[in-house]
Design a protein around this ligand. Sequence first.
Ligand code: DAH
Length: 351
Amino acid sequence: MKTKLEQLKTEFLELVEKVTDRQNLERLQTEFLGRKGKLNEVMKDMVELAVEERKLVGKLANEVKEAIEQAFHFQEQKMSQSEVMGQAEREWIDITQPGSFSSEGHLHPVTQAIGEITDIFSHIGFTAVRVPEIDWDYYAFESLNMPKDHPARDDWETFFVDAPEGSGEKEGKLLLTPHTSNSQVRTMETQKPPIRMINIGRCYRRQIDISHVPMFHQFEGLMIDKGVSVTHLKGVLDYFAQTYFGSNRRTRLRPHHFRFTEPSFEVDITCEVCGGNDDGTCRLCKAGWLELGGAGMVHPNVIKAGGLDPDVYTGFAFGWGVERTLMMREGIKIDDIRILYKNDLRFVNQF
Ligand code: DAH
């Protein structure tokens, strides 16, 4: 019996080394140690042994069993190890290798400018408002002291919406806002003085050439309070020009006429392309100056339309083109406004 047991052990140790997968390993173990396994088979003969012998054989059987179990576990461990190694091998990544990046876009220069302009005005207490960009004739013209059929309205070259006219007192034709000035009365209707608002919105006009596009942006400022004068307007314009353009840019106010302001001004800034020294050949400007937009003291009729008493409140307003403002910015030499909307990445990615 002893020899049989020793043989069993040797046999197992030889076989177990050759096993490479778990299934066969377990099968082998059952074959030797299972209830009907080889070891139990040998042990059946134990009953025939004398008591002393039985003890010895029993001890040996236990040793054999332990040896088999040990060999089994050892092999099992070897397998797990090689499994882990295999996985590590398969899933290995070189973390020092340069990564692959998805390309990231950025905001359009006009959107960037809108953000900057809003920010500059917010520092002096102007709050951003939004008003409709498809609005009634009333807010775009009539409430701004430009009654129906007034010839001044032709200057705006407006796109009208092919929709039924609104019959309300504050309606009329529906149009694509040709300027942001519709925000003046709309803001006075919803806010109480002191009012300091900045409205940046899209504007639409029938125009396209080197310095005009049919869809562009304006920013409209409005301040209404007791005792507001041209001095305040000039201060705000100077603050903006110096913050946005830098101190080397010059501005000027030219007398002008708008129906909704009195007095009215045209705000000009020196041209960046020719540096304000146009000898008649600059593609962009006229005589070194570029017109940014209008400004003035809000007309009493407009204050009245906003529901306020013009004998108590005065105010100023200004409306400038965002694209034009961006083009005049120091270091940005754009000599055709249309390039802004050509979706040409070679241009757009410079910002
Ligand atoms: N809305 C005018 C335009 O588009 C610009 C303007 C002029 C706005 C005078 C104003 C202003 O607020 O006071 O052409």
